[in-house]
Design a protein around this ligand. Structure first.
Ligand SMILES: [Zn+2]
Ligand SMILES: [Zn+2]
Length: 125
């Protein structure tokens, strides 16, 4: 198992104290919402699972060639849930989740108010 942070170069916090048994949890060091994402690699030729590592920000199999068929091509697969078998093959990527404020709802609310006001004024005239 490898614990590697994609954003190591941009951020000082590596979120190493984030619990990895939940998909989402808050980092106790910096307060960011962190999503734990697990990835494995598979041989594109025979489909066998290959141990994944992260090199230069890319998820790649630890072996250059497939141990089963000698193939060089591979696919990266995101796991919905980690289990005890896959944990030996998987890499964990800790992604910061940025919650976006609902800007569209706020805009709609203001538009409704601004169109209602002239109508009301006309009634009173
Ligand atoms: Zn953190
Ligand atoms: Zn293969």
């Amino acid at each position: 198992m490898f614990l590697i942070d994609f954003f190591r170069h941009q951020q000082t916090c590596t979120h190493k104290h984030v619990a990895i048994d939940q998909q989402y949890s808050y980092c106790p060091d910096c307060g960011e919402l962190i999503e734990n994402e697990w990835f494995i690699t598979r041989c594109a030729c025979c489909g066998i699972k290959q141990k994944a590592i992260i090199k230069n920000g890319e998820i790649i199999p630890v072996d250059n060639f497939c141990r089963n068929c000698g193939g060089h091509e591979y696919i990266v697969e995101k796991l919905e849930k980690i289990n005890f078998i896959d944990i030996n093959y998987a890499v964990l990527v800790k992604t910061v989740v940025h919650e976006e404020p609902p800007m569209e709802d706020v805009t709609q609310c203001w538009e409704e108010k601004s169109t209602n006001i002239p109508k009301l004024l006309q009634l009173f005239r």
